[in-house]
Design a protein around this ligand. Structure first.
Ligand code: ADP
Length: 723
């Protein structure tokens, strides 16, 4: 191998000397007054300023570079650095070729080297070309940008790499005129892809006096994208601001409005100009101002705030707003606050209404004595009213009852029955209404209940059941007691009916059989009077008279008794009876008495009824007879017979203007043999009204009297339409 005269140093990646040739040793001694040594760092050979520059160039170019370093006014060294490879591809060491250059040579060659360096190492794509188009020189960044090799690119013209259009033409014309142009054009890559680029082109004259252009081209795709994104964001923000259905606004650090969208203006109920003159605080309801101020000051200190407030517009309209405030940053400094306000008045109103309804619902279900519960498909209790959780679960509040199932509450058998029953209701969707059931409470007490279970679906379509149970134990016990009482009563009534029947039987037999001996007494008394009249003294005759009179009265009583006992005993044919005719007949039988008393009788319109005629005849006969008998001596008797048809019965009325009856005797007069007068005053045995009552009782009707003593009486009786 030939020896070279050029000084060469071999260094490792840490700038430590590995080896050197003789020329290098001489060179370093002469120029720097230093001798090379193994492992000696270049830092110790080069002056500090040179060392720093050298190291930077070395690192930037990864050891492959060429530069000129001025050591002093007289000493300038040109350095060529290149790596040496081992057998493989690895860098073994770096060779530094050193060359002393004269200052003159240095200045022009340094400039060229510098320029070349700049050209080569620039990240900008640089083209030196003829102003007419052909490319003369390009750098690596240009090759990289357009995807061509250096050789390929040098053969191209301007139009091959820049889209030919009016923009390009205008730019060339302007540059040629002004000598320089900076503009945005469209670059074309080797693969045909186009991209936006910023082109800076300058015209200059080279040493040979030729016009040249130096053009730098920068790919501005990213910048354009960023600009587009920024523009889109700006537009999106503006649209969101303008068209947001919620009120969007901003205010400065003092709280004065800066900008408001239409929705905000609608809320404020004022023009944009008017709104910009005011502070937001007066629009807040007085009771909320302190709180809202606190939120706003937090927002201007950088905290996002969300709160609700009552709002009053400029025109006094009240609203409830849900507000979000966040700080506006300009250059990392907070300059104001953005706000978004949602009108939630309706929602708040609905919520309040819902709350009210819920409270009402709770009040209703909690004060109702029935037990109310709701269970879900897992048989868990999800709602109970006061009555239920207190009396059935034996807990103090609803919360403690929630989540419980029948299993935790009833014994195993009972729980199984309840769960099966509930499953049936939920699955089949058929409600159980008012079913009598026996349910155990938390004390183990069995209660009679009236149970209703209604299936329903929750919002998520899951099955559930509403249960209402009423404790009817007390009612049941009362019912039982009543039943027992009824039974006892019925037994008593049966016994009474039997004894009445026996009594009637007795009365009939007695009155019937008594007649015969009585007739004997009367007839022998008559004989006694007839045959021994002259032989008896006055006293004896008086005795016979009393005995006869007593027997006569006794006979009458027996007859009356017989008649009374006959009422209802003998069945008569039911026929259509015209009551007007019937009453007329009764009156004609009493004609003598009517005429004697000069009584005035008025018969109203009376109906035709399907009845037993003899019975009705007796009824009217007794009542009309009494009206005549108990007339007032002070006035002409007036008797009215009338009738009213009611829904379920006919009501008859016999009114007189007679002596009347004291209030206290109104009930008594209907009892057998009860009379209010002596016989010498008014004749009678006191059986007439008792018979009337028995007849009406047999119909299932009622009989009563309304009377004013001294003025007259009205006797009423009713006949049910169905008897
Ligand atoms: P009697 O007429 O035979 O006494 P009643 O049973 O018919 O028996 O009447 C009972 C009593 O009711 C009578 O004694 C009489 O005092 C009173 N009484 C009945 N009808 C009238 C009447 N129309 N006005 C006043 N008192 C009456």
């Amino acid at each position: 191998m030939n020896k070279i005269n050029t000084p060469v140093l071999k260094i490792d990646g840490n700038f430590e000397i590995i080896s050197w040739n003789t020329s290098a040793e001489v060179f370093l001694n002469n120029i720097l007054n230093k001798s090379p040594k193994t492992q000696l760092s270049l830092e110790e050979i080069f002056p500090p300023g040179i060392w720093t520059k050298f190291r930077s160039d070395f690192k930037t170019n990864q050891g492959i570079f060429h530069n000129i370093y001025t050591f002093s006014e007289t000493e300038t060294i040109e350095v060529f650095s290149s790596p040496s490879l081992d057998d493989g591809e690895n860098i073994k060491c770096f060779s530094l070729c050193l060359k002393a250059v004269s200052p003159k040579e240095n200045s022009s060659s340094e400039n060229i080297v510098r320029l070349k360096n700049i050209l080569e190492n620039s990240s900008l794509a640089i083209f030196l070309s003829d102003p007419s188009g052909p490319i003369v020189e390009v750098n690596r960044a240009a090759c990289k940008l357009f995807g061509y090799s250096l050789k390929e690119l040098k053969q191209l013209s301007r139009e091959d790499i820049i889209q030919m259009n009016s923009d390009l033409e205008t730019a060339i014309a302007q540059r040629n005129k002004a000598g320089e142009i900076r503009t945005e054009l469209v670059g074309i890559k080797k693969n045909g892809e186009t991209f936006p680029c910023e082109v800076h082109s300058v015209i200059y004259t080279n040493n040979e006096g030729e016009k040249r252009t130096s053009t730098t081209i920068v790919d501005i795709s990213d910048r354009k994208k960023q600009e587009l994104i920024a523009e889109n964001s700006k537009q999106a923000f503006q649209s969101l601001f303008d068209y947001n259905p919620d009120a969007v606004y901003s205010f400065d650090l003092k709280g004065s409005f800066v900008d408001l969208n239409q929705a905000a203006l609608n809320l404020v109920e004022g023009s944009r100009e008017k709104a910009r003159e005011i502070n937001f605080l007066p629009l807040i309801a007085p009771e909320d101002r302190d709180r809202v101020m606190m939120h706003s000051s937090k927002a201007v200190s950088g905290e996002v705030q969300r709160y609700q407030t009552n709002f009053i517009s400029l025109k006094g309209t009240k609203k409830v707003l849900d507000v979000t405030n966040f700080p506006i940053y300009v250059n990392k400094k907070i300059t104001g606050v953005y706000g978004i306000a949602k009108d939630i008045s309706k929602q708040v109103e609905i919520e309040q209404k819902l709350q009210e309804e819920h409270n009402m619902f709770r009040a209703i279900i909690d004060y109702i004595p029935d037990h109310i519960f709701v269970i879900n498909e897992k048989h868990e209790t999800i709602l109970t009213n006061h009555s239920f959780y207190k009396n059935y679960y034996g807990v103090e509040n609803e919360q403690e009852s929630l989540g419980l199932t029948a299993l935790e509450f009833f014994d195993k058998e009972e729980a199984k029955r309840v769960i099966e029953d509930n499953t049936q209701v939920m699955n089949k969707g058929i409600p159980v209404i008012n079913r009598e059931d026996i349910v155990q409470d938390f004390n183990g007490k069995k209660n009679y209940t009236l149970l209703t279970k209604v299936p329903f679906r929750f919002g998520d379509n899951k099955k559930g059941l509403v249960g209402i149970s009423r404790n009817i134990t007390e009612i049941k016990e009362k019912e039982k007691a009543l039943e027992e009482l009824n039974e006892a009563l019925k037994k008593h009534a049966d016994e009474l009916a039997l004894s009445n029947k026996e009594l009637e039987q007795f009365a009939y037999i007695a009155s019937h059989d008594l007649q015969e001996p009585l007739r004997m007494v009367t007839s022998f008394l008559t004989q006694l009077k007839k045959k021994y009249n002259n032989k008896l003294d006055d006293r004896a005759q008086q005795y016979i008279y009393f005995a006869h009179d007593g027997a006569t009265r006794m006979r009458q009583i027996i007859l009356d008794l017989l008649e009374y006992s006959r009422v209802g005993r003998v069945a008569h044919k039911v026929t259509a009876v015209n009551l007007e005719h019937l009453v007329s007949e009764v009156l004609s039988l009493q004609k003598k008495s009517i005429e004697e008393k000069n009584a005035k009788i008025e018969i109203g319109v009376l109906p035709e009824l399907e009845v037993e005629e003899p019975v009705l005849r007796q009824l009217f006969s007794n009542l009309i007879g009494n009206a005549l008998k108990y007339h007032s001596k002070e006035r002409q008797p007036e008797i009215k017979i009338s009738f009213l048809e009611k829904e379920k019965y006919w009501e008859f009325k016999i009114t007189d203007n007679g002596i009347g009856i004291e209030e206290e005797f109104k009930e008594q007069i209907f009892i057998i043999f009860q009379r209010l007068h002596q016989r010498d005053e008014y004749d009678g045995t006191g059986i007439g009204l008792a018979i009337c009552k028995k007849i009406v009782d047999n119909f299932g009707g009622k009989i009563w009297v309304d009377s004013r003593p001294g003025e007259g009486s009205s006797f009423y009786f009713t006949i049910p339409k169905q008897f």
